[in-house]
Design a protein around this ligand. Structure first.
Ligand code: BES
Ligand code: ZN
Length: 590
């Protein structure tokens, strides 16, 4: 059932799109996609049909060779424009010819020098949350699902990959014509396309990895456990419904850690560090195959249903595969980021709630890890109230009941009341979902990895720095947590010593570096500037950029330097990342 969605012009009583046949011509010279989309809807439409559109140029709308009347309403800064198809005479399909805008905010066009190979450009999409409408006019609401086919024409030797089953690649002169089919219905935010000079390796019977040739071997090693994760996930969540689970390693400017595009998860290369310490990211995106892609948040107000459930399942699966010390450490780090985000918004801000009215608010603007870790803690609290065995039966029932449907927070609460009345009695559900902040009785994390860090942090406060021997067996997460738990600023000499102890000088571990560079900036170590600059050029992942840019903006010596750096590398970044950087600077009054 389509529901009222504050982030879409879709009118719930109008027809719904059920299938689209796409033709895309990817033109790197003009940074545009010339497209044609044939839409099929679920009933005969008389009168009007509204679609979402952001800056897509409409060339023609027609059916059976006859032009249809249409109008684009005025531009809204968040929603874009309503595309109004008019005076329809009982049609159930229509065709739109269109051209994307070079500034489409779902697309990043990379120059050859921004890729590893350096010889060919690269294009990728990122549609979540409300950016699909900048690639093609659509009903851009997560409560509406459609199947699709696509034919994508790209310059050779590049190929296109999509969140769909690849069918054929036909070479025609200088072009590759790539065909796809997506038989499972998806919401528009899970539409995904990438074009590049890609290689691939098989990881298992259902898993393949795509990346540029320069990094494919390392990537295949880092993510070799993917098929195992899939098998483990199926034990908890039921059969995998999407046939294949492939991975695509993105260029470093990819704005997120991962994106759960169905059949083809997009992954940041910043987690390829050579020791598999960040493969929880794959567990996370894989879990979305059930919680998110099968059961989809009805609107972006219900985002916690996607991310809270997925973070909970990520923890459960990693607990089996890597042990609870590992999974609990990830939760601890995430919770730290969550509390930092809550403090940023203000502990009494509505953005700290799992569910609130978001009309007039751009979901990308308020994106944070709050729904992830507050949602995970809420679900763990429910689990604790009824015991794991009972909760696991609830999980199966949940997936079975709502798969291929969308679900609202209200819908979830009534299902919970019906299925787990004992939990509803024991847990203050209203507080968890509708109140600000983080409940004091949240389940505590528990991990030997955390304890070891806390002992060293305590020693530091007594003036004792750890030795290389002390931290020899530490993993990357422990180093991250240690750096985070030090005072906000420390003596520069200590920074330099820590750099040696943790071997951070030539390091390519962007996650640890994000923490370390921010600490060095706050500590007044201005020698770090060239490395900060290099980092800001190289990394596009928002979660990794924020701590450094914020530290620069909040520290006296670096405050005036950060805007010129951001300006210098604006061009290297994804439109979403540029917006986030702008926001950090303007929030800091720069
Ligand atoms: N679906 C999200 C990424 C996303 C959220 C994109 C909102 C656009 C809008 C993805 O599943 C995700 O959560 N990625 C995290 C992974 C991490 C928590 C393991 C990320 O990008 O860091
Ligand atoms: Zn997620």
């Amino acid at each position: 059932m389509p529901v009222y969605d504050p982030h879409s012009y879709v009118k719930p009583t109008q027809a719904k799109i059920t299938h689209i046949d796409f033709k895309f011509n990817v033109d790197f010279a003009t940074k545009t996609i010339q497209g044609q989309a044939a839409y099929f809807v679920d009933k005969f439409v008389k009168g009007s049909l509204y679609l979402d559109n952001r800056k897509v140029e409409i060339v023609r709308i027609h059916t059976d060779g006859k032009d249809l009347e249409w109008e684009l309403d005025k531009q809204d800064p968040i929603l874009g424009q309503r595309l109004h198809l008019k005076k329809l005479m009982g049609i159930s399909s229509f065709v739109i010819d269109f051209i994307t805008n070079p500034q489409a905010n779902a697309l990043q066009w990379l120059r050859p020098e921004q890729t590893l190979g350096g010889d060919h450009p690269y294009l990728f999409s990122q549609c979540q949350a409300i950016n699909a409408r900048s690639i093609f006019p659509c009903q851009d609401s997560p409560s509406i699902r459609f199947t699709y086919t696509a034919e994508v024409i790209v310059p050779r030797p590049m190929i296109a990959v999509m969140a769909a089953a690849p069918k054929t690649i036909q070479t025609e002169g200088d072009l590759n014509r790539c065909r796809f089919e997506m038989p499972q219905p998806i919401p528009s935010y899970l539409f995904a396309l990438a074009v590049g000079n890609l290689s691939s390796r098989e990881l298992g019977p259902r898993c393949r990895i795509y990346a540029e040739a320069e990094i494919i071997e390392e990537a295949a090693w880092e993510f070799a456990e993917t098929e195992n994760k899939l098998i483990e996930a199926e034990k908890m969540l039921g059969p995998y419904e999407w046939e294949r689970y492939d991975l695509l390693v993105m260029p470093p400017s990819f704005p997120y850690g991962g994106m759960e595009n169905p059949r083809l998860t997009f992954l940041t290369p910043t987690v390829i560090v050579g020791d598999r310490s960040y493969t929880h990211l794959v567990t996370h995106e894989l879990s979305h195959s059930w919680t998110g892609n099968l059961i989809t948040n009805a609107t972006w107000e219900d985002f916690w249903l996607n991310e809270g459930w997925t973070t909970y399942m990520q923890m459960r699966i990693d607990e089996v595969l890597q042990g609870s010390d590992y999974s609990q450490m990830k939760i601890e780090l995430g919770r730290g980021s969550m509390l930092a985000a809550m403090q940023r918004f203000g502990m009494n801000s509505k953005h700290t709630r799992l569910n609130y009215n978001m009309s007039g608010i751009d979901p990308d603007e308020v994106f944070s890890v709050i729904p992830y870790y507050k949602g995970q803690a809420f679900l763990e609290t429910l689990e604790n109230a009824v015991g794991r065995e009972r909760f696991d039966r609830f999980i199966s029932k949940y997936i079975g009941t709502f798969k291929f449907q969308s679900l609202s927070t209200k819908g979830f609460i009534s299902f919970l009341k019906e299925q787990l009345p004992k939990a509803v009695k024991a847990v203050n559900i209203k507080e968890w979902i509708y109140k600000d902040g983080f409940p004091a009785d949240a389940p505590e994390t528990n991990s030997k990895l955390i304890d070891a860090v806390d002992a060293s942090v305590a020693a530091y406060s007594e003036g004792i720095l750890p030795t290389s021997d002390d931290v020899r067996n530490w993993n990357q997460d422990q180093i991250t947590l240690f750096l985070r738990r030090l005072p906000k600023a420390i003596p520069v000499a200590h920074c330099q010593q820590l750099e040696k102890i943790f071997n951070l000088a030539g390091g390519r571990n962007y996650i640890v570096l994000s923490e370390y560079l921010a600490l060095a900036v706050r500590s007044g170590n201005d020698k770090i500037l060239p490395r900060v600059e290099k980092y800001i050029e190289a990394v596009g992942r928002g979660f990794l950029l924020r701590p450094i840019v914020q530290a620069m903006a909040e520290t006296a010596w670096s405050r005036d330097m950060i805007r010129p750096i951001v300006e210098r590398y604006r061009d290297c970044h994804h439109p979403l990342t540029v917006r986030m950087l702008e926001r950090i600077l303007s929030d800091a009054g720069i």
